[in-house]
Design a protein around this ligand. Structure first.
Ligand code: KIV
Length: 267
């Protein structure tokens, strides 16, 4: 597989080929993403919930994202690397600071693009980042940074008016120059309509199969946590059970004096 670029992704949509995207927060996962020939690695602010134990993504800082982006960048050679702009890095009304933050993720972190949640209300920020030469990915629907506003993690744009607004926002983002768009937790027919209405690749999560590609949080796909499984997640492994079993067997071996044995010791 060749290095994935913005034009690779555009060509895939044009050719009707589906795009795969997965979150990554560390070096070993990044290497596996490349080996598995996943198109896009996302250092998502979901890391606040799946790695850091926050109840939502609002506490994640630009420095958190930067730290993990550096690790992922060291492991990636082929997949396109997108880093999330966390909540407080672009929703405070200071566009200069927003562009500086995006530039830090690219210049220091090694990101090739950044993702921002929102539509028309953040369009000046989106335009300014693109003007600075940084590819931007949009994100509409259930945008987790607005979880307080939505009153929880719920399916969005179910009503006709909200669906119309979402489609308009998608077009506004496309016109502003975003290279791709994530749609999260919206009805499948609406996601399909948005994907068909835009010429940029649309990547869905909980948005049905009519999108140009799919994204999942890798910890969800791997079943690392047993706490909560959203309906749209397909588990490809059950690491929670495997890790727990390994940890228990290790403890038992230590307690019973079975670890280390002679081969595992320097005699
Ligand atoms: O933060 C994240 O992991 C995301 C994906 C769910 C798209 O934004």
């Amino acid at each position: 597989m060749k290095k994935v670029s913005v034009s690779t992704l555009a060509n895939k949509k044009e050719a009707g080929k589906k795009i795969s995207m997965l979150t990554a927060y560390d070096y070993p996962t990044a290497k596996l993403i490349d080996q598995a020939e996943i198109d896009i690695a996302l250092v998502g602010d979901s890391l606040g919930m799946v790695l850091l134990g926050y109840e939502n993504t609002l506490k994640v800082t630009l420095d958190d994202i930067l730290h993990h982006t550096k690790a992922v960048a060291r492991g990636l050679k082929k997949a396109f690397l997108v880093a999330d702009m966390p909540f407080a890095s672009y929703k405070m009304g200071d566009i200069k600071e927003t562009v500086k933050g995006a530039a830090r993720l690219v210049q220091l972190g090694g990101a090739e693009g950044v993702k921002l949640e929102g539509g028309r209300e953040i369009i000046d920020e989106v335009r300014a980042i693109i003007k600075a030469g940084i590819p931007v990915m949009g994100h509409l629907g259930l945008t987790p940074q607005s979880v307080k506003h939505f009153g929880g993690f719920k399916v969005q744009a179910k009503e006709e008016e909200a669906a119309k607004t979402l489609l308009e926002d998608a077009k506004i983002l496309e016109e502003a120059g975003v290279f791709s768009l994530v749609l999260e937790c919206i009805p499948a027919p609406l996601a399909k309509k948005v994907s068909q209405s835009l010429s940029i690749p649309v990547i869905g999560i909980g948005a049905g199969k009519g999108c140009d590609g799919q994204v999942l949080v890798n910890q969800d796909l791997l079943g690392v946590s047993n706490d909560f499984k959203p309906r749209f997640v397909r588990r490809y492994a059950n690491l929670n059970e495997e890790m727990l079993d390994a940890f228990k067997r290790y403890r038992e071996d230590v307690e019973q004096g079975n670890f280390p044995n002679e081969e595992e010791s320097f005699l």
